[in-house]
Design a protein around this ligand. Structure first.
Ligand code: NAP
Length: 281
């Protein structure tokens, strides 16, 4: 019987630990504030923003909310980011992505001070992670590492295969697995003989954005399968990149969707905010 990795419970545990750390920082007179910027009112983004604010409230982090109209110019957004970069009361700055099309996402990401880049998307943060220096880790991949560690799954020496090479999931995921001494392979849409590669994996991380793509013939018996994908199906239910029902009986451990990787992303964002404040002490 496969171990079902409970991301909801692990994320709750991390948030409780952060709540304690935040209370201790408060005793020392250190308050934590996260600036959350949303441009426009995309419904999915609004849900993510609300969840992030709720997590802040639970932990004791002040969330400073900036809800800007869709027509906000890039210059106006950059001016706000510069103001927040200079504000010593602000520990983290988060711009909810995607931003409207007239705004260049890369310019916005680069404008956020690496000291406050709690999403871990700034090139300086990515570079620091790649060479093992201190910096904020990209939240979803960092969450996957926590899921593995806190579920007692060893990464060192294991064959790890990451499906997907995006800047926010696939690439940082591979880097973090490497940092944990995994033997890492990254696959993508041009990979040949994909099934042969994925079947080598002791730990398979699916982040390719294709609903139920990973069926049991992609997976080695006894593997650990981490499903980063999130998709809304026609019946309204969520599913991942992995066909959970097909794969579950073959694997040692697996994350469900929902309730696997999803809740970890916000928990790791909160972790980065607390770390940012700790650096000021
Ligand atoms: P993305 O930017 O669309 O990247 C998808 C990657 O998968 C690309 O590198 C692509 O290869 C690769 N790919 C696509 N089709 C493939 C195929 N048939 N075989 C092998 N590789 C293939 O997606 P993303 O932003 O990384 O997100 C991936 C999934 O994770 C999505 O479902 C997203 O909703 C979800 N997600 C979840 C969280 C969370 O908090 N749980 C956070 C972020 C994302 P090429 O590079 O060659 O095109």
């Amino acid at each position: 019987m496969a171990q079902i990795i409970d991301g909801k419970a692990i994320a709750a545990q991390i948030k409780d630990e952060l709540k304690e750390k935040t209370a201790k920082l408060k005793e020392k007179g250190v308050a934590i504030a996260l600036a959350v910027i949303q441009v426009g009112n995309d419904p999915a983004s609004s849900v993510y923003v609300r969840n992030k604010k709720n997590a802040c409230a639970y932990i004791g982090i002040q969330s400073l909310s900036y809800e800007l109209p869709e027509e906000t110019s890039q210059e106006e957004l950059l001016a706000l980011i510069q103001k927040l970069n200079a504000d010593s009361q602000v520990n983290g700055i988060l711009v909810q992505l995607p931003v409207p099309k007239h705004i260049d996402e890369d310019v916005i990401i680069r404008a956020i001070s690496p000291e406050k880049d709690v999403d871990g998307f700034h090139p300086a943060s990515v570079g620091a992670m790649s060479i093992g220096q201190k910096g904020f880790l990209s939240c979803t991949p960092a969450g996957v590492i926590q899921l593995l560690k806190r579920s007692g799954i060893e990464i060192e020496g294991k064959e790890c295969v990451v499906l997907g090479r995006s800047n926010i999931v696939g690439k940082p995921m591979a880097m973090l697995l490497l940092r944990e001494n995994g033997t890492v392979t990254i696959t993508h849409s041009r990979t040949r003989n994909l099934k042969e590669v994925t079947k080598r994996a002791d730990i398979l991380v699916a982040a390719l954005g294709k609903p139920k793509f990973i069926t049991e013939d992609y997976v080695k018996e006894g593997a650990v399968v981490i499903d980063v994908g999130i998709h809304r199906q026609e019946d309204g239910k969520l599913c991942g990149d992995v066909d959970f029902e097909q794969v579950v009986d073959k694997v040692h451990a697996i994350t469900p969707v929902p309730g696997g990787v999803g809740p970890m992303t916000i928990a790791m964002l909160m972790n980065n905010c607390v770390e940012s404040a700790q650096r000021t002490v």
